[in-house]
Structure formats: structure tokens, C-alpha cells
Design a protein. Structure first.
Length: 141
């Protein structure tokens, strides 16, 4: 419906992807795919007045973050330069802005909304052994 109107806004939401995440290659590949799709469609559809951007939230305090436990949430706060988690409202405000006419000159960008956490610090430790799913066969010596 956007192409005939010669105007439109698409805002993809993709989890933060600035670093590798052991055991999660499948989700990293999918996130990178959405990032590249955002850039590609921004170029392809610019001629139709369509702007395509993405938002990559960091750790956002929602009912879903309870499953991670208080220890992980506290370490996420400590690894964030502004020392707190984001809120759903903060993410929504950025999406609303990108969908508005005020963002007419913005396209093809992925915006990290993570309090600077992707700039510095280690949220996740690197395990001595990365779990394999399914387990890889290890040759005997």
C-alpha cells in the first residue's frame, strides 16, 4: 500500500546485535539479516518515498525480563554507562519519532537504544565451554 501512495514508514525492531553471543549463532544471523534488510529496502524503496529504519533495544525492563533473574538484570545495569535498564516507553518514543514526518531525512539506519551498553562493558561472561545444541561429536585422542 505504501508504493502507490509514494510515502511510508517501516520501523523494524531487532534485538541488539553488536557482539557475538556464544551458543546463539542462529539468532545472531537472523538479527544481522534484519539489519541488512533494513538497509537494502531503504535504498530500493527510497524512490517511492518509503523510509526504512530499525530499532535495536538493549536490556529493557519488561515483564519478560523477570525470567532472567535479578542477578543478570543487576549485571546488565552495571555494564550500562547510564546504570539502568531501558523502558518500553523509551523504545516506543523512538519508534514513534522514526515513523513521523520529523524523520523524513532518516533512512537505512539501525538505532541502538541501550543506554550506551553496546559501547562498553561486558554484560555476558564468556563460558569456558560453550554449550553445543546438539552436542558436536568430539573425536577421541
Amino acid at each position: 500500500a505504501f508504493i502507490p501512495q509514494k510515502r511510508g514508514r517501516i520501523v523494524n525492531v531487532v534485538a541488539e546485535m553488536s557482539r557475538g553471543f556464544p551458543g546463539m549463532a542462529h539468532t545472531g544471523a537472523a538479527r544481522a539479516g534484519v539489519d541488512n534488510l533494513t538497509k537494502t529496502l531503504a535504498v530500493e524503496w527510497a524512490q517511492f518515498g518509503i523510509r526504512v529504519n530499525a530499532v535495536a533495544p538493549g536490556v529493557i525492563k519488561t515483564t519478560g525480563t523477570r525470567q532472567y533473574g535479578e542477578g543478570l538484570l543487576e549485571s546488565s545495569k552495571k555494564a550500562c554507562p547510564i546504570k539502568r535498564l531501558g523502558t518500553p516507553e523509551e523504545v516506543a518514543h523512538l519508534i514513534n519519532y522514526l515513523a513521523s514526518r520529523y524523520a523524513d531525512f532518516i533512512t537505512g539506519q539501525t538505532f541502538y537504544i541501550d543506554g550506551g551498553a553496546s559501547l562498553w562493558g561486558d554484560t555476558w561472561f564468556i563460558p569456558d565451554e560453550v554449550p553445543q545444541y546438539p552436542p558436536y561429536p568430539v573425536p577421541e585422542d
